[in-house]
Design a protein around this ligand. Structure first.
Ligand code: ARG
Ligand code: GLU
Length: 718
């Protein structure tokens, strides 16, 4: 394999930067873009965005909870992110008496802020390109040496991460401060934070107030520290000013955050596999799950409580993939890619290192598509069944029994029992049985060649003809069929083993063998073994081969068609992207404005539709036009959300959206459905990010939450 050593900085300054159609740029290279940004209205300098010599915008942007972005908005560590990013924390502080998720929450003083166990915040200190000749970080030793070297230069207390870019052609070192004392400060009721719910998710026009507030705490020296009542609010190097000026169509916007994952340089074969096989498979399974869940949720309030967030998770990716397929078809991306590949093939035809690349992609996908498809089905169906998870727990009991002392075994056995109980109690029994039946049926119909071998025998020996028979057999025979049965089984299991040293070994073996015959364990064990035997090895081969091809393909693009690969795929490292406030035309004859207002929230209000319940207090603010200084100057309305042409993806949720002066004008929280293909193919005509207007956020804090303590703390500018 060809090894190329490229300096990204060199590469990008040597080729001219084209006006960006999308782009998730590395902050350290902001200097290469600043002219274009300024030409589009930006008023700050490169050093104002990213610098290691002075306080700058990057010091106010953070990774929130390992999956979202947030921004600091006061000199006391106050931060904003999305409601859907803070939801887990808000929920964990909610009880029947204090249902903060439903009713909202506002701490009226520092004392009332709620510590969030397990929540961490990362702030980037610096990044630097790794010289691969000095540190070959493609292997473990090189990585270690590189980090040791960095620790000597920057200190032991920081967090160090090495990430690869351009499919492994370039590497960067990232240095973070990681804060673990983070406290919940406030959130609107979920009827506002999650207004529109799954109905409006990925859609425009949008009317959600998707925000929540937290605060970072530090020790007396302003350094990260574990939770302690002694800790004090963190004093950041920089925080965002909040603009109440509002936005107009055409205004410059920039989004600064942590986009998770894109696949912009896929081959036509890769797009084809996703568009025609992998996404449709996943969508099909998820649709089945959603149908069953919906039925149960509609029929029973307790089922709704248990399944709301699980349903949202299933729906979120499914709807996105549908949007991706729609976009890929509409813009005929496969053929676009094929045409590109024709040109590209001509360019590289004389370069022996690259000339067979596309043929190899083709073959690799052709050879592996069945296993990729089986993997998709497995992960979406069998793996998702509750019975798979409980089977895994019980299987653990069998595998550990022999290596423990009687007391240890007792402790472990009951802890496994408790694990199973907590899985089961968070779910609905009848619904899980229906899901099990449906998912097993789907998997066995769709992936007959990837069924565990023993299943044919089990079916034959027990007169089982289909999934429904199998599920009956499971429920009649497994101790996992209900927790009472499981408890008495575990009591008996331990009693039969006893603790007499002389018989221990023999007894453990006997009991273990009975345990392994339980259909609950067999279901888990046979499927996971099948996965490891029949799917994993081929899958690993495919990914190894594909990763190598990607690396070569991208290095060839860099060499021969650099204008086609100006920035690396997203990899959950800090990026900035810029564009304009902009509407779009989703379909022929339809024009979408770039903003929505409170009138739209009121229009959607509907007591019969769960996602569209508008809280009484918000309706009252609307009726009395009690808008304070937050109404738009031109139309007197409260603006709620706006769209822009910024290239974002999952992980950008909660990202600051700033104006030409670098002031906060919104919080990014979604993309428009017709343009979700931007993860694979960015099209400036149709790809739009969605932000909540910061004026709506401050309006809600002030007028709905009446949190004057927070209003005072914010740096509001007009
Ligand atoms: N689509 C947004 C994202 O990908 C929001 C998801 C949360 N909201 C929801 N209704 N599921 O994360
Ligand atoms: N809601 C997404 C997130 O949680 C952002 C939407 C997108 O995928 O662009 O990051």
């Amino acid at each position: 394999m060809k090894k190329i050593l490229l300096s990204l900085a060199l590469l990008l300054t040597s080729s001219s930067i084209l006006l960006a159609d999308g782009g998730m740029w590395l902050p350290i290279l902001v200097g290469d873009h600043i002219k274009d940004m300024q030409a589009n209205g930006f008023k700050l300098t490169a050093e104002d965005v990213y610098s290691i010599n002075k306080a700058c915008m990057k010091d106010a942007v953070l990774q929130f909870g390992g999956g979202c972005t947030g921004e600091i908005v006061s000199n006391k560590g106050l931060l904003l992110t999305n409601h859907h990013c803070g939801r887990g924390q808000i929920q964990s502080h909610s009880t029947l008496e204090h249902d903060y998720l439903t009713d909202g929450f506002w701490a009226k003083s520092l004392n009332e802020e709620l510590p969030c166990k397990g929540l961490t915040i990362q702030i980037l200190e610096r990044m630097e390109e790794i010289n691969l000749q000095k540190f070959d970080v493609t292997n473990k030793e090189g990585e270690k040496a590189c980090i040791e070297d960095a620790k000597k230069r920057f200190g032991e207390k920081l967090e160090y991460e090495i990430e690869n870019f351009y499919a492994g052609n370039v590497y960067y070192l990232f240095v973070y401060k990681v804060f673990s004392d983070v406290r919940l400060v406030g959130a609107p009721p979920s009827s506002i934070g999650n207004f529109g719910g799954d109905t409006d998710n990925w859609m425009w026009p949008r009317h959600g107030g998707d925000f929540s507030m937290f605060r970072i705490y530090a020790d007396k020296n302003n350094e990260p520290a574990d939770y302690s009542p002694e800790n004090v609010p963190y004093q950041p190097k920089q925080h965002f000013k909040i603009s109440l000026k509002g936005v107009q169509e055409g205004d410059f916007t920039m989004v600064f955050g942590y986009p998770g994952n894109t696949e912009l340089y896929l081959s036509s074969y890769g797009v084809d596999a996703r568009q025609n096989v992998l996404f449709p498979s996943r969508i099909f399974v998820r649709q089945n799950i959603m149908d069953l869940m919906e039925e149960a949720i509609d029929a029973d309030r307790t089922v709704r409580l248990k399944y709301t967030s699980r349903y949202a998770g299933v729906e979120n990716a499914k709807k996105k993939w549908e949007g991706v397929i729609l976009g890929l078809k509409r813009f005929d991306v496969i053929n676009q890619k094929r045409n590109f590949e024709k040109d590209f093939s001509k360019q590289i035809s004389n370069d022996a290192d690259y000339s067979t690349l596309l043929k190899q992609y083709n073959e690799s996908y052709k050879n592996s598509i069945n296993v990729l498809r089986a993997d998709a089905y497995f992960v979406e169906s069998i793996y998702q069944t509750m019975q798979f998870k409980t089977g895994e727990k019980l299987y653990k009991l069998a595998t550990i029994s022999e290596n423990l002392t009687p007391t240890e075994l007792q402790k472990e056995a009951y802890s496994i029992y408790n694990d199973v109980k907590s899985i089961v109690s968070s779910r609905d029994k009848a619904l899980e049985r229906r899901l099990f039946t449906r998912l097993l049926q789907i998997y066995s119909d769709s992936c007959a060649a990837f069924m565990p071998d023993t299943f044919a025998t089990i079916y034959k020996n027990n007169g089982i003809k289909n999934a429904s028979d199998y599920v009956n057999y499971y429920y009649n025979n497994s101790v996992l069929a209900d927790t009472v049965k499981l408890k008495s089984f575990i009591d008996k299991y331990l009693a039969n083993i006893g603790n007499s040293q002389s018989k221990w070994e023999k007894n453990v073996k006997t009991m273990k063998n009975t345990l392994l015959k339980d259909p609950g364990i067999i279901y888990y064990y046979r499927f996971i073994t099948m996965y490891f035997d029949k799917i994993m090895p081929q899958l690993r081969n495919f990914y190894n081969q594909n990763d190598n091809l990607d690396k070569e393909y991208q290095s060839a693009m860099i060499k021969y068609m650099p204008e086609k690969i100006q920035f690396p795929d997203a990899n959950f490292t800090l990026r900035f992207t810029y564009g304009k406030v902009k509407g779009y035309e989703p379909n022929d004859g339809v024009i979408f404005k770039p903003y929505t207002t409170l009138e739209g929230v009121i229009e959607k209000d509907n007591p019969d539709i769960y996602d569209y319940h508008v809280p009484e207090k918000l309706k009252e603010l609307y009726r009395t036009k009690n808008y304070g200084k937050y109404a738009d100057k031109s139309d007197g309305k409260i603006h709620v959300c706006f769209t822009g042409s910024n290239h974002t993806t999952g992980g950008n949720s909660g990202s600051p959206v700033v104006n030409a002066n670098g002031e906060l004008i919104g919080i990014n929280f979604d993309r428009c459905w017709q343009g979700t293909m931007s993860d694979i193919n960015y099209n400036p005509e149709i790809c739009r990010n969605i932000s909540v207007d910061i004026r709506y956020v401050v309006f809600l804090i002030d007028k709905l939450g009446n949190a004057q303590n927070i209003i005072k703390e914010l740096d509001l500018v007009r």
